[in-house]
Ligand binder design. Structure first.
Ligand SMILES: NC(=O)c1ccc[n+]([C@@H]2O[C@H](COP(=O)([O-])OP(=O)(O)OC[C@H]3O[C@@H](n4cnc5c(N)ncnc54)[C@H](OP(=O)(O)O)[C@@H]3O)[C@@H](O)[C@H]2O)c1
Length: 216
């Protein structure tokens, strides 16, 4: 399995890439600037020697060649990132970890998008791709620290069955994560907006919270 991460040089992409690589998955961190991605990949390998991580950095267009592609740019830049890759992403599972948020004062608020969620917007922009939403509520710092165990639930939503199954399998490949099927892609609106709630709680309690649903 080879996973490409668009915008993989940011905290979210590099943290997820680190965990996926630790699970034995080959990872390409994508960037608008190939040299920056190569630098970030080299930093990751230097930070976690002896773990057999297979991580390389490359341009976003090369990351889009992977079997499964994760979108990890800010929402404002995500459509501009994927649109030139439309043909490459056709037929593939594309996982959005993007939440459309704006800063308001010291916190953030969810943005009301015409299609409800960023994942829905992505599906409309990439009709040939199989879109899923996942990984929205995981703090990047925790993902990036392989010395710390994870214990969190990841809400997965998708309309396409293959997208749902592949994304849930990807989540569960990471030790300590449990994938929960949250239903169709329309659920991404609530899932993405809930990120603003998590951030508000994190700010209020000076914490990095994670999601864990009881009763299952
Ligand atoms: N941070 C978290 O804890 C966290 C957790 C879960 C999900 N997320 C989601 O993951 C996404 C990335 O978060 P982040 O904190 O890693 O963000 P970030 O650092 O602001 O951006 C990630 C990468 O995206 C690329 N990028 C930035 N602006 C861009 C633009 N206008 N157009 C195209 N590419 C652009 C940059 O890579 P290059 O300059 O190398 O191209 C950057 O390193 C967000 O949508 C966020 O909602 C974040």
């Amino acid at each position: 399995m080879h996973v490409g991460i668009l915008g993989g040089t940011g905290p979210a992409g590099r943290g997820l890439g680190c965990r996926l690589a630790a699970a034995g998955i080959e990872v390409t961190l994508g960037s608008r600037d190939k040299a920056r991605a190569e630098g970030v990949a080299a930093e990751l390998l230097a930070a976690w020697p002896g773990r057999g991580l297979v991580v390389r950095g490359d341009a976003n267009v090369a990351a889009a060649e992977a079997d499964l592609v994760v979108v990890a740019t800010p929402w404002e830049g995500a459509l501009g990132t994927v649109q030139p890759l439309r043909d490459r992403l056709g037929g593939k599972v594309v996982v959005s970890m993007v939440s459309a948020l704006v800063r308001v004062g010291h916190g953030v608020q969810a943005v009301q998008l015409a299609r409800g969620s960023f994942a829905g917007t992505l599906q409309a922009a990439l009709p040939g791709a199989k879109i899923a939403g996942a990984f929205h509520h995981l703090p990047a710092e925790d993902l990036a620290n392989l010395d710390e165990g994870l214990m969190a639930d990841v809400l997965v939503c998708a309309d396409d069955a293959e997208a749902r199954e592949a994304t849930m399998a990807l989540v569960e490949s990471i030790e300590g994560l449990r994938a929960l099927d949250a239903g169709r892609l329309t659920q991404a609106q609530a899932i993405e907006a809930f990120t603003a709630v998590c951030i508000a709680v994190n700010i209020r309690y000076k914490a990095r919270t994670y999601l864990r649903m009881g009763g299952i």
